[in-house]
Unconditional design. Structure first.
Length: 161
């Protein structure tokens, strides 16, 4: 029998589920590491996905609680795109992926996990990362612990902030 190791999942399974929006973060930075916030821009922030599709899965999220890209001001939209570009650059540097998926889902029907608060997804990809495990076992294998990934990425974001 093969064993899949994903210790961070237990925190989610056994832990309390927040009543508030997970993307509405406090203005102070005291909880950034715990929340996996990597960088803060003027109108948005970069956060790691606690339940990633792949190692290095990041999200760029506006501070303002909006559900659609058309609700963003021009300044907010520009800041989000600036940080999406920075995320791609850093992921290429840190993980050397063979490709990157970047985009957003607007609304439940489009697959947005948290439809009420817009967030851009940036997911590094490698040939074969959607192996038989994902296809037949409906299982994702993340090879690095989230804390290790955070420790690897945070200094790269600190350099450009």
């Amino acid at each position: 029998m093969d064993v899949l190791w994903a210790p961070w999942r237990l925190d989610y399974i056994l832990g309390p589920k927040p009543d508030e929006c997970v993307f509405c973060i406090p203005e102070h930075t005291d909880e950034d590491e715990e929340r996996l916030v990597l960088a803060r821009g003027r109108h948005c922030f970069v956060i790691m996905n606690k339940f990633p599709y792949n190692n290095g899965h990041l999200m760029v999220t506006p501070y303002r609680h909006v559900s659609c890209i058309t609700d963003l001001t021009e300044e907010e939209a520009n800041d989000c795109m600036l940080w999406v570009r920075r995320c791609v650059k850093i992921l290429k540097q840190a993980f050397n992926p063979q490709g990157i998926n970047a985009g957003l889902n607007i609304g439940d029907a489009a697959g947005a996990g948290i439809a009420a608060h817009l967030h851009f997804q940036i997911v590094p990809r490698w040939s074969g990362d959607a192996s038989f495990m994902a296809v037949f076992g409906e299982t994702t294998v993340i090879p690095e612990h989230l804390a290790s990934t955070y420790g690897r990425l945070r200094p790269l974001f600190d350099e450009i902030a």
